[in-house]
Ligand binder design. Structure first.
Ligand code: GLN
Length: 251
């Protein structure tokens, strides 16, 4: 930790299931949160939770990554056992970022293409069905709140939003939630789900600062002070594809 960081202003960041749910560099999201918290003058306390661990008290921010179907299977029972804690945190507006495999399991369920159902916890009103077509590649998307959001997707599950979930972004290049509509990710209160690996936060610091800023506001009642915040969230809105326009009109 840098010597300028004042002690005694902790923000507690919990990473869910790093052993089983942590692919395509998703751990980078935790590293970005840690570093930016330090830059902003806070004292990051990085916590991890794996199956069987004691769920920590006083969690200010939660992050979780993607994984293979087998990893999702391994954590399923444990995730269901901490569902009440995660629902309570979401209801308290604690910021959370869940990528791909955990995005799916923060929804109601992920039914694999073999028909095996992995139950989720329903913090997000989304459902996911595996298909034979894997959606793989780079994604460019746009959100009114965060500007351009970029990343890399690789999933067999295709996700559909229920009425309680807002899309995180509109896809301009790539597929996002599914190969029919042009939505990427989901948002409910301060919980964000997204298919984008990459890692997401190093490429999209506006989302990192949303998560940090929300945690800091809730814990200390103050706004983030600028250090040398990049102006990278202000990219202009690119031309929408036909798929993106039709999906937006249908919502
Ligand atoms: N196993 C899930 C799927 O294939 C999630 C994949 C991932 O996290 N990248 O849809």
């Amino acid at each position: 930790m840098s010597s300028e960081t004042p002690a005694g202003r902790p923000i507690r960041v919990l990473q869910l299931y790093p052993r089983d749910m942590n692919i395509y560099g998703d751990f980078g999201n935790a590293l970005v949160l840690k570093r930016r918290l330090q830059w902003y003058g806070y004292d990051p306390v990085m916590l991890t939770y794996d199956p069987g661990d004691e769920f920590p008290d006083d969690v200010d921010l939660v992050v979780g990554g993607g994984g293979q179907d087998s990893g999702q299977d391994r954590i399923q029972a444990d995730l269901l056992s901490i569902a009440d804690r995660l629902h309570a945190l979401a209801a308290e507006d604690v910021p959370m970022l869940m990528i791909c495999g955990l995005y799916q399991l923060f929804g109601h369920y992920f039914q694999t293409r073999e028909g095996h159902r992995i139950e989720g916890i329903g913090v997000l009103d989304v459902t996911t069905h595996g298909t034979d077509r894997r959606l793989i590649g780079n994604v460019v998307s746009h959100s009114e709140e965060f500007g351009q959001i970029i990343g890399y997707e690789n999933h067999s599950g295709q996700t559909w939003l229920g009425s309680e979930a807002q899309p995180l972004a509109q896809v301009l290049t790539g597929e996002g939630n599914n190969d029919e509509d042009a939505f990427e990710g989901a948002r409910h209160r301060n919980v964000i789900g997204s298919y984008l690996h990459g890692s997401l936060l190093p490429k999209n610091p506006a989302i990192a600062d949303f998560l940090i800023g929300t945690a800091v506001q809730q814990k200390y009642g103050e706004s983030l002070r600028a250090f040398n915040a990049p102006a990278d969230s202000a990219l202009p809105m690119p031309e929408l594809t036909e798929k993106a326009r039709t999906s937006a009109a249908a919502r």
